[in-house]
Ligand binder design. Structure first.
Ligand SMILES: Cc1cc2nc3c(=O)[nH]c(=O)nc-3n(C[C@H](O)[C@H](O)[C@H](O)COP(=O)(O)O)c2cc1C
Length: 349
């Protein structure tokens, strides 16, 4: 099967086309990854590529409790232990760099969250002090936006010090980059908003900042064109995301990771395939068969699995043998603790 054939991203050889999708698991202590993370990721080293959980580039970029960062020396050192463990097991690991933007709360930092425009997200957020409505974000000036771009650049350099094999930029899920991209959350009239070209500017500047310490062939980018996370929306998503695909293609980054939430009855992979020439990673409810079908039809080059990896560290071996998969336990996704993370949970299928 194609799923088990090697694949070359730039000069990085993946032994198979199964990607472990980025998954936030809320197991850091004070934003520092723990030994548990080392065990968790190393156990999944047979994946063609592991993408880490979303990792904030700055304190202000955090929007969930107990998520790790990559902006202090202590975090870098802790991540180094994780990447070393993955490499010892023969694996490859990219870090997913994230900033949640408006999806944070002043309870995390004492300052309001930041976003391109003062558009409050729909719904509630779990802060260290309980469940609260989202706040109206603070709007930075253009030069203040540049300082956030620089935070991505510094985090990317730290990711290199931490021994990662590459960087995936989190442009999905209604996070900060997505907020700049989509017209419903970007009402700016300066160089970061107004026209489609200006809405793409922040994303492209982040790519360039990350490229300050990484070859373009080691940079990926996540998008979720069909998502409406916390009410994010765009007036013309087909145009926005196909233009983004073309721009990222021109940038020459290694891959685009597309979350398969249908958009205008189209598969998002189909939408960006037309505009992005690099490697395409598809993620979202894939099975062994749907993954193989994506690869055989040329709709994608790599397929990411998320939840299946939580319960099956040996997912690649099980898929290869067409063995029965253990069922993931959603109760342990964000619960903290060893259960369902480094200890299997037996669920009846
Ligand atoms: C527990 C959990 C945490 C997730 N965290 C992230 C994340 O940090 N970054 C991201 O881009 N996607 C995240 N996702 C989405 C996954 O990467 C993936 O796209 C999604 O789970 C669909 O794949 P699946 O059906 O194989 O699980 C998360 C999903 C789950 C289930």
């Amino acid at each position: 099967m194609k799923l088990f054939e090697p694949y070359l991203i730039g000069d990085l050889l993946l032994p198979n086309r199964v990607v472990m999708a980025p998954m936030t698991r809320n197991r850091a202590t004070g934003t520092i990854p723990q030994e548990m993370a080392m065990i968790h990721y190393a156990a999944r080293a047979s994946a063609g590529l592991i993408v880490s959980e979303a990792t904030q580039v700055s304190a202000r970029g955090q929007g969930y409790q107990d998520t790790p960062g990559i902006h202090t020396a202590e975090q870098v050192q802790a991540w180094r232990a994780v990447t070393d463990a993955v490499h010892r097991e023969g694996g490859r690991m990219f870090i997913q760099l994230s900033h949640v933007g408006r999806l944070s709360h002043s309870d995390f930092l004492g300052a309001p969250p930041v976003a391109p425009s003062a558009v409050r997200p729909i719904g509630f957020i779990r802060t260290p002090k309980g469940l609260k409505p989202y706040e109206t974000p603070w709007v930075p000036s253009a030069s203040e936006v540049r300082t956030i771009v620089d935070e991505f650049g510094a985090a990317a350099a730290s990711a290199s010090d931490a021994g990662f094999d590459g960087v995936e930029i989190h442009g999905a899920s209604g996070f900060l980059i997505d907020q700049f991209l989509q017209s419903g959350t970007n009402l700016r009239t300066d160089s970061y908003g107004g026209s489609l070209r200006n809405r793409l500017r922040f994303a492209l500047e982040v790519v360039e900042a990350v490229a300050g310490s990484w070859a373009k062939s080691r940079i990926g980018f996540t998008v979720s064109p069909g998502g409406n996370h916390k009410g994010i929306r765009d007036d013309n998503p087909l145009e926005t995301f196909s233009s983004l695909g073309s721009a990222l293609s021109q940038e020459g980054i290694a891959y685009l990771h597309v979350m398969e939430e249908p958009i205008a009855e189209m598969s998002p992979a189909q939408l960006v395939r037309g505009s992005f020439r690099g490697t395409l990673v598809s993620s979202g409810s894939h099975t062994r068969d749907s993954a193989e079908e994506m690869l055989q039809s040329g709709a994608a080059d790599l397929v990411a699995f998320g939840r299946a990896f939580t319960a099956n560290p040996d997912l690649v071996e099980k898929l290869r043998a067409n063995a029965r998969l253990a069922l993931p336990d959603p109760k342990t996704f964000y619960s903290g603790g060893a259960r369902g993370y480094i200890e299997a949970v037996a669920l009846k299928s």
